[in-house]
Design a protein around this ligand. Sequence first.
Ligand SMILES: [Zn+2]
Length: 253
Amino acid sequence: MTDNSLYIPESAMAIVAHPDDIEFSCVGTLARWAKGGSRVSFVLCTSGDVGIATPGMTREKATQIREEESRNAAAIAGVTEIIFLREPDGLLQPTLELRKKLVREIRRFKPEVVLTGDPTVVFASQYYLNHPDHRAAATAALDAVFPAAGQPNLFQELENEGLRAHKVRKVFIYGQQQSELTLSIDETMEIKLAALRAHKSQFPNWDPGEHVLERASENAKGKEMQYAEVFRVITLEKDETWERLRHSQNVIG
Ligand SMILES: [Zn+2]
């Protein structure tokens, strides 16, 4: 059954720092959109190459393992496109070079929506400092979306690759305090858990499921849903479908 009150963009691109960032934050929504017919792309700035601490592990080997895990996670979520930019894990910087790489991906894939983190979050919780790579990826993503990707005379050389300026309509920001959009992931909670668990190298001794379920139910508190992901939404280009649906209770909780 089609839920007519659900906003499903024609295409969406998530831009993050590390292989499991999407699964922790927004894969429930992306899987739901993919089911509804959205084209969805994952862009990973780093391949998490310092993220496996077992003895004898090299960065090259870790890159291979984590990219494989990411492909598996994307497949579970119904996502067929995944881009690895292979910037250095742990040292990510929002450089102009990274901005250009992201502009290239945006102009190529032409997403209606870009999803990324909040570059202003430093103190993420009482127990967690936001990883500097997360802030760097979010800064680079936002700066690539606006105004760079939509300005024909900026990074004009990308035209040589047949890539024209593209204006992203909306930005969905996860992981910040001012989230005003609550999206139900009741339908895709199992997918989110399975996609997250596909990052086996990250969870050798613990199951991330409990934490993620807890967070998703907290997000859904007081709403007519069991599990949710929450976002702040910036609408850069007017969109009538969005205007109509943003008032429906299934979109704005
Ligand atoms: Zn991360």
